[in-house]
Design a protein around this ligand. Structure first.
Ligand code: FCB
Length: 473
């Protein structure tokens, strides 16, 4: 292809796909693993659609070899996975060698296939025993997290070079401890804020400890970030709604990490909810450790107002439990539809938001710190159909993928140091409160037979990876 009919990716750009332990592994009680908060929460009546859980999931624990072979066939250069704390340290207690061995075998398999392992230490599955002592509202959990990070490093540090501390702490604090739609299902503004601070502290402690172990590790964190726009830029109320959303979604995490402080407007928004009681001397210095890479997860942007609107997002509550707002001080922030196409999650498809987000994160944070950016998750669920030929023809997902890869190229053209992209997800899997109903994979999983089928979107991604270029237009 000539340069006029395609857009090339930089030579060092990494193409990958992502998964998470609880969503794919299964083997929930094998080789010593004990319950995490998701094992418990998924059994709370009404918490998860069809009361599904991750007991078997994609059975990846037993099928990791063929799954890695599939990754190789797709041409993936890197694979982002997470380790399960409950497998490595059942009940948060002593190290379980059998649990670590699984990850050791997986890493060897990846390296043998020339796929770079991209390890995330925490993708939401806290050992239930630690939740029983307060979970992330307990400062001690941050210290336990550092110990867990070092235990995983003991076993894998010789072969894994990229370490992400946390996946989307916004979800594991506010969705989990304030809105109550994720494990452990608490509904408290104070608890969400305490959890958010302690997650950040755990990130800082683990980053410092891993850096001390090995200065060559590439260390980072993955945040789910959004682009918050006011419905009416001339409305002070709408602008303030956008500011509050940006504060509690983006800046709550970015500012402590990159600037060593919480934003003052956010502290004012959440005044009286106890956040400042948890911030001890030295915490912010601890949190603002240098990171090498920032993982950005992007699914859609938000158009917001201080006035209500009928919005599909509001009608999507996946459970029959009463849910709260995830934002401690944004009860009056209302999402409005932008009139864009919707995925099966009722999320609007807005690729230009990814360009805008990457450019903003670079300008406001990463550039001065010399931090590289990676899109560590981006993807779409659609109601896939298996046609009589046994295939999954999913042009909407292919469009989603290619339009967002185009947005990444746009951001690179704007000067953002975006070094890689991970599609979410390698395969259909356990989608938290939605159970198995929502399919994000570029590989279909038949949950009755565990058969894997590469969807058309998977073939399209493989072709982009092979040519290292995106066809124009
Ligand atoms: C992200 C999660 C990931 C998956 C996608 C759809 O928030 O990190 O596990 O559920 O959403």
């Amino acid at each position: 292809m000539t340069s006029t009919d395609s857009r090339a990716f930089p030579a060092d750009f990494l193409f990958g796909a992502a998964t998470a332990a609880y969503q794919i592994e299964g083997a929930a009680h094998e080789d010593g693993r004990t319950d995490s908060i998701w094992d418990t929460f998924s059994r709370v009546p009404g918490a998860v659609i069809n009361a599904d859980n991750g007991d078997t999931a994609c059975d990846h624990y037993h099928r990791y070899r063929s799954d890695v072979a599939l990754m190789k066939d797709l041409g993936l250069q890197t694979y982002r996975f997470s380790t399960s704390w409950s497998r490595v340290q059942p009940d948060g207690g002593p190290v379980n060698p059998k649990g670590l061995d699984f990850y050791s075998r997986l890493v060897d398999e990846l390296l043998g296939a020339d796929i770079k392992p991209w390890l995330t230490l925490y993708h939401w599955d806290l050992p239930q025993a630690l939740e029983d002592t307060g979970g992330w509202t307990n400062r001690d959990t941050a210290l336990r997290f550092r110990d867990y990070a070092l235990n995983v490093h003991d076993a894998l540090g010789d072969r894994v070079g990229v370490w992400t501390t946390l996946n989307e702490p916004w979800c594991s604090s506010f969705l989990s401890y304030t809105a109550g739609v994720h494990a452990p299902g608490r509904q408290s503004k104070r608890d969400g804020l305490a959890a958010g601070h302690h997650l950040l502290l755990g990130h800082g402690l683990a980053t410092e400890a891993l850096r001390a172990r090995d200065a060559d590790l590439e260390l980072g964190i993955t945040l789910n970030l959004t682009v918050a726009k006011p419905v009416d830029v001339d409305s002070a109320g709408d602008r303030d709604a956008a500011r509050r959303l940006d504060g509690q979604f983006n800046r709550f995490f970015l500012d402590p990490i990159f600037r060593g402080s919480y934003p003052s407007d956010l502290l004012a928004d959440v005044a009286g909810l106890g956040l400042e009681d948890h911030i001890k001397d030295g915490d912010l210095a601890q949190i603002s450790q240098r990171i090498d890479s920032l993982g950005v997860n992007y699914y859609h942007g938000e158009l917001v107002s201080d006035q209500p609107a009928a919005h599909p997002l509001l009608a999507q509550a996946p459970t029959n439990r009463p849910t709260g707002s995830p934002f401690p001080a944004a009860d009056g922030v209302f999402h409005h539809p932008q009139g864009l196409p919707l995925t099966a999650m009722q999320w609007e498809v807005q690729p230009d938001g990814l360009r805008e987000l990457l450019t903003r994160v670079n300008t406001d944070y990463a550039a001065s710190a010399g931090t590289s950016l990676y899109v560590t998750e981006n993807g779409a669920a659609y109601d896939d159909v298996v046609t009589p030929d046994g295939r999954v023809h999913d042009p909407e997902r292919t469009d989603f993928l290619t339009s967002h890869l185009g947005a990444v190229l746009d951001a690179i053209d704007d000067g953002a140091p975006v070094k890689g992209y991970f599609y979410w997800s390698l395969m259909d899997n356990y989608e938290w409160a939605w159970g198995y109903e929502k399919r994000f994979g570029i590989v279909r999983v038949d949950y009755d037979t565990q058969e894997r089928t590469v969807k058309d979107s998977g073939a399209a991604y493989a072709s982009v990876i092979r040519s290292r270029a995106l066809p124009r237009g």
